[in-house]
Write a protein that binds this ligand. Sequence first.
Ligand SMILES: *Cc1c(COP(=O)(O)O)cnc(C)c1O
Length: 394
Amino acid sequence: MPGPGAYWYGEEEKDAVMEVMESGYLFRYGSENDPKFLHKVSTLESEFASYCGANHALATSSGTSSLLVSLIALDLKPGDEVIVPAYTFVATYSTCIFAGLVPVLTEIDESLSMDPEDIEHRITPRTKAIIPVHMLGNPCNMDRIMEIARKHNLKVLEDSCQATGASYKGRKVGTIGDIGAFSLNVFKTINSGDGGLVVTNDQKLYETAFGVHDQGHKPNRFGVEVGARSVLGLNFRMNEITGAAGLAQLRKLDQIVAVLREKKNKLKSLISGAEGFKFRVLNDPEGDAATLCTIVFDTRELAVKVSKALGSKTIDQSGWHVYANMEHVLGHLKEVGQPHTKGSYPKTDDILSRSMNISIGVVDGGLGAGWGININSTDAEIEAAAKQFTEVCK
Ligand SMILES: *Cc1c(COP(=O)(O)O)cnc(C)c1O
């Protein structure tokens, strides 16, 4: 049950991966003088940077790696506090924790992303960064978040893992704050099996992130390095096979988003007459990656009734992405003196208990989006889904 890119795996991905196998160069670095070396990873980086309108992109082994590399590159110090939403994937929290930082949770609003009104209440003298998470394919309210970040001198890392292809007021997500992290896992807009990307406009940040992801080396290991490495790194590199699949998928991204938007608009217009719910607030309807359609019901009773009748779940019951369901994170929050019980974020609990996700492109029961349509659904299938939804809302 994957994302739209996986529905569209085809000859392009297969040929690109086979070319790499035949070249004999599977590592991201190869002999520059050998025409057989295909530079798939570095081509993915340059094409993704230009797709995003960013100065730099760095390929990594996963979205989680992208977040961790970004946090380390931002030069945050152990004990620094980082503001994160109470509704996100566990990696947003775990990467902060492994970087020695303290995740401080905020409420979400009816866009199902970070509530700007709650951010300032969470700021202390130790707060050093904010991680807005562009949940479910649509951007956060970046104008407000950037205003607060500037006022308090906070770094901004955009967790764009669920929003490849989305934009905010004409700018691609990930390029508005200091640095942005993307995922290429199978549930995302496009994928390479696993993999990730980091984007930034800041040369220094890029060089540091590169070093962190590759044992302290300078970008592409050009130049003299032994004795001149300024950062200590690890290994979060992408390999050429992954790069080849990711590049073939990137070249389908515009088409994927265009098709999803068309199918989502169709479904939305067919169900908008039903009563008892609103669509979630979109901070930029034009910039929606359209991977999901989120319904916020007026009451919990209706949300439970409808989602059950469709064989789905309300978001609070979906298992993943909900702070209250992450016992391992709550245990850690307890140790560092942060709110750590279910019910600590009542606005988030209320919204998630009344909401359900309908799949448009990302079909993922773990996100509470096990029911809906997919990127290959026909008009007749979309009409049938809309009819079923409208019936059970009565
Ligand atoms: C998927 C996801 C990640 C992690 O990506 P992986 O590639 O699975 O490591 C991080 N943050 C969010 C919001 C995600 O949805």
